[in-house]
Design a protein around this ligand. Structure first.
Ligand code: PMM
Length: 273
């Protein structure tokens, strides 16, 4: 057994609560830039039953420009530190090895890298040395240009192949496979229809055999079924959690927690014979 074992053990789908400490995220930008407000919301997410609280300091909405490492660190480190001190299991949503290191040293237990190690050449070896759990998301380019890369002849098989490439790179860098979680990256270099194709392809993606995290919450792909902006997409987000939990997802990354736990409970009931 490794330290990662409890977090990655078999069990019901985990709900990972989103805490964006950014002024400009598409769904909750500006709400939690103040450290006290961010910590209070993180504690709320944990109290509702989030298995992890995912703290991010750089918006990845389509078209977003990058922020400096210093700005990112200034946003996330105080929040990660205080949540970890309060006993919350924290993941840090970062593409930067230095930010990952500082946050793990401050008590975070997971590095959630939307670039799957492609944005920072030091990320994979750094995570190998940190010996934490690593979420490698499917990614093709930074947010400013990612929509130009949303071309696939078969999105499910291409995402699977590219994720397997990241597993190979992570393994070569020294990250044990039992510390890896994969994520198909809904909305990242993908149209809404690609997102729905990936959801329909859930069995193929879970067939990779590693834990899979999904981030559909409030994303633009939900607009055709739930028009009215990010918050109006919450019910549709919960419906998707039922689908993913029924298919054995390791986790769902969501803005609300309690309704998603109910969806997971429904899926668990349906799976009992
Ligand atoms: N989506 C966003 C940010 N980080 N991390 C993972 N692993 N998967 C995602 O789908 C993902 C992510 C962007 O959404 P947000 O602005 O609501 O956080």
């Amino acid at each position: 057994m490794t330290a990662a074992a409890p977090l990655l053990a078999l069990g019901p789908t985990r709900v990972v609560g989103i805490l964006n400490v950014t002024p400009d995220s598409f769904s909750d930008g500006g709400l939690y830039v103040d450290v006290d407000a961010a910590v209070a919301h993180g504690l709320e997410l944990a109290a509702e039953g989030a298995a992890l609280v995912d703290v991010g300091g750089e918006s990845t909405r389509p078209g977003a420009e990058r922020v400096s490492a210093q700005t990112e660190l200034q946003r996330v480190l105080p929040v990660v530190t205080r949540l970890a001190e309060a006993g919350v299991a924290v993941s840090v949503d970062t593409m930067r090895a230095d930010v990952a290191t500082r946050c793990i040293e401050a008590g975070a237990v997971v590095v959630n890298d939307v670039s799957g190690g492609l944005a920072d050449p030091d990320m994979l070896s750094t995570v190998a040395a940190l010996r934490c759990v690593y979420v490698a998301m499917h990614w093709r380019a930074h947010s400013a240009t990612m929509n130009q890369h949303a071309t696939y002849s078969d999105v499910v098989s291409e995402v699977v192949d590219e994720l397997l490439g990241r597993v190979k790179a992570a393994t070569i860098a020294g990250i044990e496979p039992d510390r890896l979680v994969l994520d198909p990256g809904l909305g990242f270099a993908k149209t809404g229809e690609h997102g729905w194709d990936l959801l329909r392809g859930v069995e193929t993606i879970h067939g990779i055999g590693l834990p899979v995290l999904w981030g559909a919450s409030r994303k633009g792909m939900l607009d055709p079924v739930a028009p009215g902006g990010p918050v109006a997409r919450d019910d549709a987000s919960v419906a998707i959690t039922t689908w993913l939990a029924t298919h054995g997802a390791w986790g769902v990354r969501t803005h609300t927690v309690a309704p998603h736990l109910t969806a997971v409970a429904v899926a668990t009931k349906l799976g009992q014979s």
